[in-house]
Write a protein that binds this ligand. Sequence first.
Ligand SMILES: [Zn+2]
Length: 280
Amino acid sequence: MIGPVYEAWSGDDASPAILVCEHAGVDIPVHLRGQYPKDLLSTHYGSDLGSRALTLALAERLNAPALCARYSRIVIDCNRRLDDPTLFLPEADGLVVAANHSVAVQDRHDRVHGIYAPWHATVERVLEQRHEAVSNLLYVAVHSFTPTLNGHLRPWDAGLMWDLDDRVALGVGKSLQAESGLTVGMNEPYSGKAIQDFSIDFHAERQGFSNISIEVRQDHLATANGVEAWADRLAKALRPFVSAAPVRLAAATDGQSPSFATEAAQFLDAAGKWGVQRAS
Ligand SMILES: [Zn+2]
C-alpha cells in the first residue's frame, strides 16, 4: 500500500509561481522498507538534501504554492522519463542498488502507478487550477546537488537550468552573479537540455509556461541559517518574475526526443485515472 505522494502548501491564489520539489521525499513504501541500505538513504541518492526546507522557505517569501514529493527518489525518480534506465537507480557510488535491479513487473507497476503517475497528475492538476486564474505561470523546480560527485569537487554554489525557454534562468542568473563571491552555474552542474530532465519538459514546456530549475549545493543548505540565506537570495532574484511572469509561449516539445509527444500522450492517458485533463 502506498500512501499520499505529496505535501502541498497553497500560497496566494493569484500567484503565478508554483514551486515544485520532486526530490524532497525520504519515505519508502511499506513493501520496500528495509531493502535500501540506511547509509544510502541519508545521502543525495535518497533525496535532494535541504531541498524541502528551501522550497518551503521560498514559498513563504514568495507567497507561492508549493508541492513536495514524499517518496524517496531512489524508489522511483519522478524527474525521469518512464523508459529512462535510471528511473530506478541501478547503481550508487559503484555499488549495486539491489532493490532497483530487475524490478519485478508487479513492483514496477506499484511504483509507477502508486507514486510516479499520481505525483505528475497532481502537478498537472495544480497547474491547471492555477492557470484558470492566471494566464502566465512560472514553474519553479527546486533541487540540490552534492558538492562532490565521483571524486570531483563541484565549484558552483548554485546552478540554474533551462531547456527551450531561458527567460527566467538568464534573469535570475544575472541577479545572482551580481553578488560578489558566488559561483553560479548556467546549465551546470546539469543541463536542462539533457533528456533526463523530464519534469520541466513535461509540465512547463509542453504547455508553454515560463520556467526555471534551481539547484543549490547541499552544503549551503545543511543549517537553518543556510536555508534562510539562500531562500532570501533566491526570492529576491525571482521576485521580478513573480510580479510579472513572462508570457506563455506556444507549447513546445523537446527536440531531442522525437518520441516525446507520444510518450506524453500515453502518460496522460494513464494519469487520467487521477482526474488529470489533457492540456489543450
Ligand atoms: Zn533533484
